[in-house]
Ligand binder design. Sequence first.
Ligand code: THU
Length: 128
Amino acid sequence: MGFNVEKLIEEAERARRQAYAPYSNFSVGCAVLGSTGRIYRGCNVENASLSLSLCAERAAVANALCAGEKEILAIAVISDSNELCRPCGACRQFIMEFGENIIVIMADKERKYEVRKVKDLLPIPFKF
Ligand code: THU
């Protein structure tokens, strides 16, 4: 990979520390690497109306788009768990919108990680 994976995970961890997750107590952080080389962060933002809760991945992707980023190269996701943090199905679909070859880095709290392309995480996406 032509970028610094550890740095992207570290940025995701910085975002995780800003998570607003008083209901689940499960904090998630995400960092998006754009083709400009810039990195955008996102964290989960929960709500008393639980189904309104926003995932870290969608927050970070929206941040990147809003800043004018045209292409997403990679996304790192981390939580405070011993398990690798996997994007939920909705987030896989959301990431897929911006390219099937986007690299998804899934990390655990010790910074161990696994790398996949989004097309391998969501082989048959919704399209129209
Ligand atoms: N969450 C994420 O931020 N990303 C995911 O891909 C899955 C789940 C958040 C949503 C909620 O605030 C908490 O994790 C527990 O589901």
